[in-house]
Design a protein around this ligand. Structure first.
Ligand code: SAH
Length: 349
């Protein structure tokens, strides 16, 4: 048996890989299909066939940060900014609940206009409607995260983006990498379900750096991991960089599933931007979550992290039925629960 197959076989049994083994698997494409099938088996064994749906509400595209890759960065003057009112947020959320979503993901740029009290007020409303709530509004202090938790936030999504400090500083010259790690540690201490993740295919990103990311996530025991390909945005300083290879995102996702069998892994929107069956393919290489957009009208287009975002002309109700059809066609089932991570007893340390 080839060395590669041996590594994959061992990983399926032990859910452990060394850094060098991860690099070997990422750099060699001869066993990609086996890798993907293995991830799918691990998903089937630990998660089963249910797919969790989460309604994604993008409630503001204002951002005080200036990350080089992101279309919401404050220096981007080519984007029309919007901020939903409390009434609009509640209206979109209630409709989302009616479409059957039981988790809402409230995401925005780092918009200083929302006070903590306003965010807490919104969280109360989301709990009143009946949602499990994921917040994804960037870096906040320990006390702010604590207040959001007390107001009802169940989960928090903050991608580390990369664990490679040199690369992080290139992408976000003004920001502290240490603080981002600290935020994740604080969220864990406060009892959130913690979601993180990376972009793959970033300029200057090595395979070793992706291997380090995966090992960090496993060590941290992340509850959720979003892995998306980097897509250059023409209105950012990285406009002329190369688009990530879809294949690399698939392989990284498959490795994440094999290493972390019982976590939640979304089929990311960015994957479907690169491949028109991207989310289905992601669901077949380890993913078990989809986050359809519940933002309505023109706002969808304006939340433009990268170009070519999918479903901008669809309505939330269309997205809901479209994704349900796709999930069924894969022989999978839409979960009706809240979608918390179910830790596998056999894996507990
Ligand atoms: N302000 C929040 C949400 C950020 S947007 C926060 O800081 O957590 C959500 C994710 O979109 C980011 O974490 C990033 O990984 C991804 N993203 C941004 N620009 C992108 C690009 N050009 N290509 C692919 N993904 C991108």
């Amino acid at each position: 048996m080839s060395e590669l197959l041996q590594i994959i076989l061992k990983a399926e049994e032990t859910h452990q890989l060394s850094k060098d083994e991860i690099i070997t698997l990422l750099s060699d494409d001869t066993c990609n299909q086996v890798l993907v099938q293995t991830a799918d088996r691990v998903r089937q064994k630990y998660i089963g066939d249910e797919v969790e749906l989460r309604g994604l509400l993008e409630f503001s595209n204002y951002c005080k940060q200036d990350c080089l890759y992101c279309g919401l960065r404050r220096s981007n003057r080519e984007i029309n900014r919007y901020r939903l009112s409390k009434e609009e947020i509640i209206d979109f959320a209630e409709k989302g609940y009616a479409y059957g979503y039981r988790t809402i993901v409230m995401q925005s740029g780092e918009d200083g206009q929302f006070s903590n009290d306003e965010i807490c007020g919104l969280l109360h409303e989301m709990k009143r409607i009946g949602f499990a709530v994921t917040l994804s509004i960037g870096e906040k202090s320990y006390d702010e995260y604590k207040a959001f938790k007390a107001a009802g936030a169940d989960r928090y999504l903050l991608r580390i983006e990369t664990t490679d400090s040199e690369l992080y500083h290139f992408l976000n010259p003004e920001k502290s990498h240490q603080n981002r790690f600290e935020c994740l540690n604080n969220l864990r201490k406060l009892g959130y379900e913690v979601g993180s993740g990376i972009m793959v295919g970033l300029p200057n990103q090595s395979l070793e750096s992706i291997a380090n990311d995966l090992l960090y996530f496993k060590e941290f025991d992340m509850d959720m991991l979003g892995i998306g390909p980097f897509i250059p945005n023409p209105n950012t300083p990285l406009a002329l960089e190369k688009t990530a290879e879809f294949k690399l995102a698939v392989k990284t996702m498959a490795l994440a599933r094999i290493l972390m069998p019982d976590i939640n892994i979304p089929a990311t929107t960015a994957m479907e931007t690169l491949d028109k069956r991207g989310r289905e393919k992601a669901l077949m290489c380890g993913a078990n979550v989809v986050m359809p957009n519940i933002t309505e009208g023109d706002y969808r287009k304006l939340y433009e992290l990268y170009p070519g975002k999918i479903c901008v002309d669809e309505s939330p109700v269309q997205c809901s039925s479209c994704i349900r059809v796709k999930i069924k066609a894969l022989g999978r089932k839409v979960s009706e629960g809240f979608g918390f991570r179910k830790k596998a007893k056999s894996l507990q340390r």
